[in-house]
Design a protein around this ligand. Structure first.
Ligand code: GTP
Ligand code: MG
Length: 201
């Protein structure tokens, strides 16, 4: 799929103020600094679309980007940023929770995981919560350019093994780098296939 237009629409903390066009949306979530905003920029080919930063905690709002005037990419705040105040953590959790529980248009959640790391409890707990709450998701391993291919594959294997302890069926997963563009076609084709299946209904 080719992205011919990508435009910022609205940022807010209130799920009731999200766009009411009814278009399907694909939301990106994961720990602070994992590369959510960078991935949105990589997919759309616009480095300035979503704000990125080397300091964790940059994205604090629900951000809607309209793609090809037909569907949305949604940049969500990161979870698990250690330097946030207690209130800050609770506020972010409320924003994320209310979006995931109430947003009917949310078609598939992309859970981003840093491909450099061994399985992290915070990500496992979050994915278990998604399963319990029947939120459909896939996994995206980010920052694949940061280490060797075999290192990435080892880390992914670790995650898959850990997930298998709790899940009978594993979600699809993608390997990406926002620096090199690895994974771009895979992620966009996946979204396209869902969009096509929705249009056929
Ligand atoms: P918050 O909004 O703070 O939750 O972070 P985020 O998940 O949106 O991360 P962001 O996209 O802002 O990226 C965080 C840092 O990682 C930035 O310095 C990016 O340049 C860097 N980064 C993101 N993706 C990649 C990648 O694929 N490769 C490399 N080398 N760096 C990346
Ligand atoms: Mg961000």
């Amino acid at each position: 799929m080719k992205i011919t237009s990508a435009e910022f629409v609205i940022s807010n903390t209130d799920v009731n103020k999200c766009p009411k066009t009814g278009f399907p949306e694909y939301a990106f979530i994961g720990r602070s600094n994992v590369g959510k905003s960078s991935l949105i920029n990589m997919l759309t080919g616009n480095k300035k679309l979503a704000m990125t930063s080397s300091t964790p905690g940059k994205t604090l709002l629900i951000n809607h980007f309209l793609i090809n005037k037909q569907w949305y990419l949604v940049d969500l705040p990161g979870y698990g940023y250690a330097n946030r105040s207690k209130k800050g953590v609770a506020d972010i959790q409320r924003v994320i929770g209310s979006y995931l529980e109430n947003r009917m248009e949310m078609t598939c959640l992309f859970v981003l995981i840093d491909s450099r790391l061994e399985p992290q409890a915070i990500d496992m707990n979050f994915m278990n919560w998604l399963g319990e709450n029947q939120v459909p998701f896939v996994i995206v391993f980010t920052k694949a350019d940061k280490q060797s291919k075999s290192r990435t594959e080892n880390n992914i294997r670790g995650y898959i093994e850990k997930l298998k302890e709790q899940w009978e069926e594993l979600p699809p997963y993608f390997i990406t780098s926002s620096l090199t563009g690895v994974g771009k076609d895979d992620v966009l084709s996946y979204i396209e296939s869902i969009n096509i299946s929705l249009n056929k209904k």
